[in-house]
Write a protein that binds this ligand. Sequence first.
Ligand code: NAD
Length: 439
Amino acid sequence: MSITEDVLEKIEKREATIGVCGLGYVGLPLIGAFRRAGFTVYGFDIDDAKVDALEKGESYIKHIDFDKLRVAVEEKKFIPTTDFGRIGEPDILLIAVPTPLTKTREPDLTAVEGTCAAIAKGLRKGQLVVLESTTYPLTTEEVCKPILEKSGLKAGTDFFLAYSPEREDPGNPHFETSTIPKVVGGHDADSMRVAEAVYASIIERVVPVTSMAAAELTKIFENTFRAVNIALVNELKLMCLRMGIDVWEVIDAAATKPFGFMPFYPGPGLGGHCIPIDPFYLTWKAREYDFSTRFIELAGEINTTMPYHVVDGVMQHLNERAIALNGAHVLVLGIAYKKNVDDLRESPSLKIIDLLKAAGAKVLYNDPHCPVMKRTRHFDLGMQSVELTPELLASQDAVLVLTAHDAYDWDFITEYAQLLIDTRNATKFAKKRDNIRKL
Ligand SMILES: NC(=O)c1ccc[n+]([C@@H]2O[C@H](COP(=O)([O-])OP(=O)(O)OC[C@H]3O[C@@H](n4cnc5c(N)ncnc54)[C@H](O)[C@@H]3O)[C@@H](O)[C@H]2O)c1
């Protein structure tokens, strides 16, 4: 039997074992999906604390069922480990490690390269390696493949290679891993067959494309589409503020068009691990081809200025009350990058708090999902969430809404706040009061 038929049969019988490298927001839901389909799964990470937490069932990501994973650990159906010496044990290896930007906004593939190097040391014949991390087109071919082939094995002959992007939307109750269509591109025909079979065993719809680069670009295009459209509404908002038109009313009215329009909403800036970062992966790669991605650059410019616009707006609204920002008490509501999650990565709230503090404001924050402001790549502000009481709200010169978590009671908040500055249209359904300003 060929190595292809062998692994296909193992997948069919659920006897193939899966190894997921990177036990984070993407890796853990994938592990859950393979477990539900009956596969035994290995979880590789360089972080001891995460492996310990998984063994004990201690949660480090809110919406993941750590109890179920702990039971799987006890049954030896889930093996979390930092021991990359075991990388040869699973039949399928999926890489879901971070792909951030460097300080100079260039792709930082350190984690992908490190993982591929660790895999190369133990790679064996017949294994499938799939990169799932978001990255620029041709990464799997030009970066991963040469590192993996240092094992002495050849892609497409000795081992299978593919790229398949993740479309996780943490906190979205309407979709889970198995119901989100999965795009897959293989290095060669056999790699494609094996990768398709693996994903078809956990996902309702697999979308094959003819190359790994097409799959890589699909993901970046999806996120660039969001970044550009968000920039467009952010620009529209700035114009509307000047013209005295309510941008949210305009978007809601436009969204009644039953075809050809999709609403995007303005905010205090882009956040999350994907949208602010991924387009710059494409920009960087395009430069190699003497191609300038002008839409992306412009969108980036507009989105990057939004936190500065918020701070200017706070200053102006305080000024109307003859209060200087320097020394003003400002309470920020919501620091996560989007509502109802505890994820602080690239959150514009951190930038805004940093700017407010630099201007001399005395800043407090409340976020029911983030009791402590954890250190991120760019900020270490060391703050803790304060309790929302009538006294606290009334004592602040401004209450600034940056993330509109569902847990907030806007009637309660606006009843006690002296001045409420709303960057999210959070108070849309709250009682109309003259202390509310949209920004
Ligand atoms: N979070 C999302 O919603 C989302 C959605 C789609 C795509 N993605 C992409 O998926 C990839 C992973 O993102 P994430 O959100 O799961 O990140 P994450 O930070 O939550 O998890 C990544 C994990 O990888 C581990 N890691 C780092 N270096 C490693 C190495 N050399 N070897 C093994 N493990 C290593 C980290 O310790 C961490 O546990 C990124 O490319 C991201 O852009 C994320």
